[in-house]
Design a protein around this ligand. Structure first.
Ligand code: ZN
Ligand code: ZN
Length: 355
């Protein structure tokens, strides 16, 4: 700016008579402003067409909590029961799904892979096989160019480190989120959920990530151990951990009113009388398939119950537009009915431009 005006003054004096000296600089200044305006307009349009620079939603962060393997009959079928916070306080702040399912492979790694990649995959359940497709974490990290510390997997089950990577050759070892799993990383065993929540809130405050996926394993772990008292207690504790997380998010100016929070499960457990009942899971019985989803966020309706059936692969499909990506190879559907009117308009406008 300084050099522009210096040049104008020199030209005004040397080339024109005195009456132009004050007018020419202003004309050029307005042309300059107009040019900048046009450039900004072009920049904005270009951003929209790439689909990643334009992010019209109020959501800036997405946190997903997966409570591993409680059965619907011990959670949402009998409220408030063991989950007074989620069924009492949280439910009215978002959308509750009355018919949410894992209708594919009802075990931990497969359920989580459906949530991160949008594809139901019959994957190894011991942590020895990577997902076939890239996750929304990888695709978002690539699209935004953000560092790995902007996206985190915080898992009680160490075997879930597999969610950070994929077998897909174009994405393998690329754009991986940060991982905090198990007692001390892959192969170190399961970590207590109380410690996982401590880690999750520490990471939220230390790194201010935009994306986080949390796994709470105790309902599944105590059920497999045949400890019914601890199985029930761990469901109740999960409700408390969700409250701790919710309280943290709402006290933080970085996250408050800008965070979409989803609480779901990877699978349920057998109905009583099916192959060991509540202690096991893994088939297509109604107990294994029926899970829950509570979706709360600034772009979602409040006090809404969704009656239509939805499944795990719809989760990444639904959050992808919110974080400005189009999920590669995802097979789920965007859950349109939970978007507010305003967000729905953005969704429809964005669908045409996101690549
Ligand atoms: Zn299990
Ligand atoms: Zn079953």
């Amino acid at each position: 700016m300084r050099s522009l005006f210096t040049e104008e003054s020199v030209m005004g004096v040397s080339e024109e008579s005195g009456r132009w000296e004050s007018r020419i600089p202003y004309r050029r200044f307005f042309l300059f402003v107009l040019l900048i305006g046009l450039l900004l307009l072009f920049w904005g349009c270009a951003g929209t067409s790439t689909g990643t620079a334009s992010k019209p939603f109020r959501t800036e962060h997405v946190v997903i909590v997966v409570i591993d393997g409680p059965r619907y009959s011990e959670t949402w079928a009998t409220t408030p029961g063991l989950i007074p916070f989620m069924s009492g306080t949280l439910k009215g702040r978002g959308a509750f799904f009355a018919d949410f399912q894992n209708d594919a492979y009802t075990y931990t790694n497969s359920g989580h892979v459906a949530i991160t990649t949008g594809v139901n995959q019959e994957i190894d359940n011991y942590g020895d096989e990577l997902p076939a497709n890239p996750s929304y974490f990888q695709q978002w990290l690539k699209a935004t160019g953000k560092p790995a510390t902007a996206a985190w997997l915080v898992m009680s089950k160490d075997k879930l480190h597999i969610l950070a990577n994929t077998q897909d050759s174009t994405w393998h070892n690329q754009f991986q989120p940060s991982v905090n799993c198990g007692v001390n990383g892959p192969g170190t065993g399961y970590r207590a959920d109380s410690l996982t929540i401590v880690e999750a809130t520490r990471i939220l405050s230390q790194h201010k990530p935009n994306l986080m996926l949390i796994n709470l394993m105790e309902p599944d772990g105590y059920a497999h151990a045949g400890n019914s008292a601890y199985y029930l207690r761990s469901i109740s504790r999960s409700d408390t951990y969700v409250k701790q997380l919710w309280d943290y998010l709402n006290k933080s100016s970085f996250y408050k009113n800008k965070t979409t929070l989803l609480i779901t499960n990877d699978h349920g457990r057998h109905l009583d009388g099916v192959d060991g009942g509540w202690m096991e899971h893994g088939d297509d019985c109604e107990g294994c398939r029926r899970i829950s989803l509570l979706a709360i966020g600034p772009d979602f309706k409040k006090r809404t119950t969704v009656a239509a059936k939805h499944t795990l692969i719809d989760i990444p499909a639904t959050i992808s537009p919110l974080i400005g990506i189009k999920l590669e190879k995802g097979e789920g559907q965007v859950i349109r009915e939970i978007f507010t009117k305003k967000a729905l308009k953005q969704l429809d406008a964005g669908v045409k431009t996101v690549q």
